[in-house]
Design a protein around this ligand. Structure first.
Ligand SMILES: Nc1nc2c(ncn2[C@@H]2O[C@H](COP(=O)(O)OP(=O)(O)OP(=O)(O)O)[C@@H](O)[C@H]2O)c(=O)[nH]1
Length: 610
């Protein structure tokens, strides 16, 4: 395995919109090359989708890699498949996996045609200079429109119709042609055995016994067991204790040569030491780091609290262990008068957040509440700039004493692919979420079912809550959506606070755009009015921006005599009543002079939209 000549190695990825069949095709390739046995009929567990949550949701979260041997015209090729995740939140993982490849299979579902992510992944691959092999999947289905979709691929990607390979990843039809094309069209990797060692770290996972396991692509030289290596990024030194290829499980080898892709274990204890995109080289040799290194950046933040505050230590431990396997989650401590001790987590996007919460619940049996997501804002003061991702820390911009010059919010370039009948709906949706620079063009030549790609810029804050759900429901499920980071722009954002009996409640603060302050303020005081139990006195519930009250409701005083039931009866009954009262008092959170049941808080926070 380790002695493969470089010109017989091919490193490639499958890139596609979600559900277009990447994992199914990967399975078929592994089967055809004899890397795994044939699946039994009816068993649909994909080898490369490992995590339970991935299987449940049918999406790939973490990239997996596998090597296979393919015989063609008497030659034995080593094909390294680098699997990429299929969701916008993980664009960075796609990009870094592609750094280890020379080619990519661009897979498009022949029943659905090109979708938003087909276009974005195509551009990432193109920018990296990869050889792209267009593949049309699901041709076994009666509703497939292979000619139409192939024509779409020609006009959108500028590829040759003759290069498109029609397949059914499900039945295996045409898949042999894909293997042939990989060998014929994708160039072998570069790099020489005599070069100094240069390895790109493109993924990592955590093993309880061996520590961090990194996936590397050897771009020059040979890596051997026992080698002393050093990270360009951290300058930390390690000894390689084990290495090998994924076939599809780990298979130890004595070395990894130029062009090879494999795993290494090297006494790295903390997963935070394994920087994706880092270059590893041998101690004593100096090399130019591989360009394109950038640390991952959290774009969505939320607070996470245990339902029962006694569970905090357990929750913290669980989060710690989970982040060992998913380094892209940022963690810090946070506490709130209303919710007690918790953590503030930063995620790449909302799906990433959902997946993390589900893993926490599945793997650690933790009952948690996650507060509404907030994006990181830039607060520009006269003398400095701060990044604020927690409403509690957001300054009151209406108070000149705070010397805030400007607030900037993160924006994204969004693209939506949708049948033309839904164009009006989609434009309305975008406008109601503060879209700018709206533009559209046709993907197909014409026809009643012609599809359109709509592009615009949107504030990230507008898409982190329910934008995706609205997009799906208002397009009857036909629209697909993708976005990429487009930096920051000045924006009129304000901090809204809520007052109960004239006292502000920290945990309820949120950041809103000025244009939405009335609407949001009114909706929230109404909601609070519903969930807060009546007190012995009248309680005003107010939404405020700075000192300005933008909405108000009044909770009238409780009239019933609650102690009435206590007169007469047995002593034990009274005692029981007192105990019950004590118990429920324990659960109450005293905010200002108001007692609030914790559940009321959770109710509010669960649905709060920032
Ligand atoms: N009929 C038919 N169904 C297919 C074919 N290829 C994949 N599918 C089905 O399409 C669905 C999605 O396939 P996956 O392989 O999970 O898609 P994916 O692109 O890996 O999805 P992500 O990992 O979430 O990006 C599954 O239900 C597959 O069984 C095909 O050629 N024909």
């Amino acid at each position: 395995m380790e002695n493969f000549p470089r010109d017989l190695i091919r490193n490639f990825s499958i890139i596609a919109h979600i559900d277009h069949g990447k994992s199914t095709l990967a399975d078929r390739l592994l089967e055809l090359t004899g890397t795994i046995g044939k699946r039994q009929k009816g068993v649909n567990s994909q080898v490369l989708d490992k995590l339970k949550v991935e299987r449940e949701r049918g999406i790939t979260v973490k990239a997996q890699t596998a090597s296979m041997i393919y015989l063609s015209e008497g030659k034995k090729y080593l094909l390294n498949l680098i699997d990429t995740p299929g969701h916008v939140d993980f664009a960075w993982e796609v990009s870094r996996s592609l750094a280890a490849c020379q080619g990519a299979l661009l897979l498009v579902d022949a029943t659905q045609g090109i979708q938003a992510q087909s276009i974005s992944v195509f551009h990432i691959a193109k920018e990296r200079g990869l050889k792209i092999i267009p593949v049309l999947n699901k041709i076994d289905l009666a509703i497939a429109q292979p000619e139409l979709v192939a024509a779409q691929m020609e006009s959108t990607f500028g590829i040759n119709l003759a290069d498109v390979i029609p397949i059914s990843a499900k039945t295996g039809k045409g898949v042999e042609n894909v293997l042939k094309a990989i060998v014929e069209r994708i160039p072998p990797p570069v790099g020489d055995e005599s070069d100094p060692l240069k390895a790109l770290l493109f993924d990592s996972s955590y093993d309880r016994y061996r520590g961090v396991i990194s996936l590397v692509s050897i771009q020059g030289g040979v890596l051997r067991k026992g080698d002393r290596i050093v990270s360009c990024h951290t300058r930390k030194k390690y000894e390689v204790t084990e290495l090998g290829i994924m076939h599809p499980e780990e298979e130890p080898t004595a070395s990894l040569g130029p062009g090879q892709v494999g795993y290494i274990a090297c006494s790295m204890k903390e997963s935070s030491e394994a920087y994706v995109g880092d270059t590893l080289h041998r101690v004593g040799e100096s090399v130019e780091p591989i360009p394109g290194f950038k640390p991952v950046k959290a774009m969505v933040y939320a607070g996470i609290y245990p339902i029962d505050s006694n569970d905090y230590p357990k929750l913290e431990e669980s989060i710690k262990r989970l982040t060992l396997t998913d380094r892209s989650v940022e963690v810090s401590r946070e506490s709130s008068t209303a919710l007690g001790q918790g953590c503030r987590l930063g995620f790449l996007g909302t799906l990433h957040m959902d997946v993390f919460r589900q893993r926490l619940e599945d793997e650690y049996d933790a009952s948690v509440i996650i507060t509404a997501p907030t994006v990181p804002y830039k607060v520009v003061y006269h003398d400095r700039t701060a990044i604020v991702s927690n409403p509690t820390d957001f300054p009151d911009v209406t108070d000149s004493a705070n010397r805030v010059k400007e607030i900037q919010e993160p924006i994204v370039n969004a693209s939506i692919v949708v049948p033309q009948d839904y164009l009006g709906e989609m434009m309305d949706l975008c406008f109601s979420h503060r879209a700018e620079n709206l533009d559209h063009r046709y993907l197909d030549a014409s026809g009643a079912s012609a599809r359109i790609i709509l592009t615009c810029t949107l504030p990230l804050a507008e898409i982190v809550t329910d934008f995706y759900d609205k997009l799906k429901s208002r397009s009857s499920g036909f629209a697909s959506f993708d976005y990429e980071d487009a930096g920051y722009q000045p924006s009129n954002m304000l901090k809204m606070t809520f007052l109960l009996n004239s006292k502000p409640v920290d945990a309820l603060a949120l950041i809103v755009h000025r244009s939405a302050e009335q609407e949001v303020g009114r909706a929230w005081v109404k909601k609070l009015h519903k969930v807060i139990p009546r007190q012995l006195f009248e309680v005003p519930i107010q939404a405020a921006v700075g000192r300005r009250i933008v909405a108000r409701e009044t909770l009238s005083a409780m009239r019933a005599d609650v102690t009435a039931g206590l007169y007469g009866g047995h002593y034990e009954r009274k005692l029981k009543h007192l105990e019950n009262q004590k118990e429920s008092k324990r659960k109450m959170k005293r905010v200002g002079s108001i007692d609030l049941p914790q559940e009321a808080f959770f109710d509010i926070l669960r649905t709060k939209s920032s």
